[in-house]
Ligand binder design. Sequence first.
Ligand SMILES: CC(C)(COP(=O)(O)OP(=O)(O)OC[C@H]1O[C@@H](n2cnc3c(N)ncnc32)[C@H](O)[C@@H]1OP(=O)(O)O)[C@@H](O)C(=O)NCCC(=O)NCCS
Length: 327
Amino acid sequence: MSVKILGTGSYAPEKVLTNFDLEKMVDTSDEWIRTRTGIEERHVGAKDEAASDIALKACQRALEMSGVNADEIDLMVVATVSGDKPFPSTSCYIQRKLEAFNSVCFDIQAACSGFLFGLDVANSMMTFNPSYKKALVLGVEKITYLTDWTDRNTCVLFGDGSGAVVLERSDDDTSGLVSAKLACDGRYTEILVVPAGGSAKPIDEEVLKNREQFITMAGSEVFKLAVNMMVGACKEVLEKAGLKTTDIRWLIPHQANKRIIGAVGKRLNLTERNVFINVNKYGNTSAASIPIALDEIVRTGQIERGEYLLLTAFGAGLTWGASLIKW
Ligand SMILES: CC(C)(COP(=O)(O)OP(=O)(O)OC[C@H]1O[C@@H](n2cnc3c(N)ncnc32)[C@H](O)[C@@H]1OP(=O)(O)O)[C@@H](O)C(=O)NCCC(=O)NCCS
């Protein structure tokens, strides 16, 4: 048997914030942002638009492409760091809005690697429990609510959006999820972190004064670790499958920074023709970046049945991984 991707969908909020808009907000420039990150614009959710609202549209599009009704979904795994509320899970809000009431649903948190963790969790559950036949796996972020719009080091990087896939358990094993490698290293928790707002440091006046409810990051440390971690994970999944990088149609790296993506591609001996980049349009949408990119590839007809996709991500935790898919 195999677990296949039946369809994909994505959505980003209407409001677009360009680098030129950011020039008016903090001491930065379009030139600095473009040359250091490759980002030109990002989408920002409206005040009354929750993560579950952003996710809903991506899920509806993925279901429509798959020809699957919401009530056929029996499993839903939602990767997010910027969910609707501390609890209940954002997946329960999405389930209600989608009317996917036959699904077991839950959230997972692996920051920007979340979608890859979600895929592997769903794949494992569907492989070992035949009652899970069709699943929705999605990444969604309204991460701009965790963004400090006075901090030029971080506010230029992030954007909101969602991407979703519909998975199906199938007896035909000529395509589907092939292999995955996930990893975590908790020794690096503090280099990319929202310091307050949880039980370790509830929000109080001191927190608000120090702006500790927002993302803080040691950018260059994250950069160096990210490249090595993603390259290592990619090599491991390829080796496990007995494939070479030349067998890959598309490398879909987490869209955090064009320079990181370029360095990973180069270390894997891949050319621009095989490394997908859309960070210029969305910024870093955390757990949503890979499924948004995948949806763009699928909807623009840039992948054919039988070709291989290699997905790779890294994020806060640190967490990282890679996943190989035969389309
Ligand atoms: C954040 C990042 C773009 C910075 O790029 P960089 O090449 O490392 O930047 P540098 O260290 O050369 O430059 C930093 C300088 O630029 C300044 N700077 C930072 N943000 C700026 C901005 N938006 N506009 C203008 N200047 C900025 C800093 O204040 C610093 O100035 P200083 O040298 O006077 O102190 C880069 O480190 C990065 O992308 N890291 C990974 C981040 C990431 O992907 N995080 C998400 C993980 S999922």
